[in-house]
Design a protein around this ligand. Sequence first.
Ligand code: FPP
Ligand code: MG
Length: 302
Amino acid sequence: MNNLEPQLQEIKEQINQYITSCDNQQCINLFNSLPFGKMLRSQLILKIAGITDESLKLCAIVEMIHTSSLLHDDVIDKANTRRGKVTINAKFGDKISILLGDMLYSIAFSQLALMNQNIAYIIANAVTQLSIGEIMDIELTNTFNTSYDKYYEMIYKKTGTLIEASSKAAAILASKDSEKYALFGRNLGLAFQMIDDILDITQDSSALGKPSMFDFIDGKVTIPYLLLYERTENKDKLKSLFKKPLNKKDILWIKQEMKKSKALEDSILQANYLGQKALEALKGEDNIFLEELINSMLQRTF
Ligand code: FPP
Ligand code: MG
């Protein structure tokens, strides 16, 4: 993926210019303190659409929307760290994090309004779904969710839709089969969120930048927990630990049960299966770079 480094840098500079043109030093400083991640969505767009002014602009728009959603999500999740750095909400408060998110979001939409109507609609609609997904995520933490379908719908909306829309819009820009790429993006997005949910259990807090197994403490019954609940003979014990601070003994018990029941192993298989389905959607397309992207994503450790 390193060969895209100059373009990813260009996208960051483009976003920087948008922020700078708003002419507010506080916002510029806040934005400069934000860490960029792997820019998966941009990598995807550039691999599908190639490097053009329009594709770079689409990347900048999608990255601003994604960053905006994370600024809001960190407030909702009361997260103190993201990508190993202190979050904006932890450092400057919830109000600033929400408003910086709003600012990025509206700059993205001003630029989106200048793009092809079809693409503008696809991206805007994905953001609506993203918000619905986040609402579902919150709702599902109210009780111990045991429905795989609800989990699947929620992760599709929360994470899958923007990745699906990015792939679809990139395909339109490159006059490729947009439905094939939408299906590819949808499965990739689902696999991506499942891996995120698995890493919450398998990685330690230093790699995650947040406490390990925080999802369950926070009320999120993700795929490994869903499978464990289905398979464990000790359902009541698992339920009793839901949304509670976990001590070392509890963590060990959950991990041992997950190993015994193969809940974790099968969750990884499910994420890999979705990754394979993503690749299958692109049969007949020149997809070697996307294959590399999927593999690096499925094997990621943070
Ligand atoms: C991370 O989930 C959150 C998302 C992928 C989507 C968040 C969406 C919104 C807040 C809707 C509003 C959208 C905009 C554009 C303002 P997570 O908490 O499971 O992952 P994490 O571990 O990375 O925090
Ligand atoms: Mg979060």
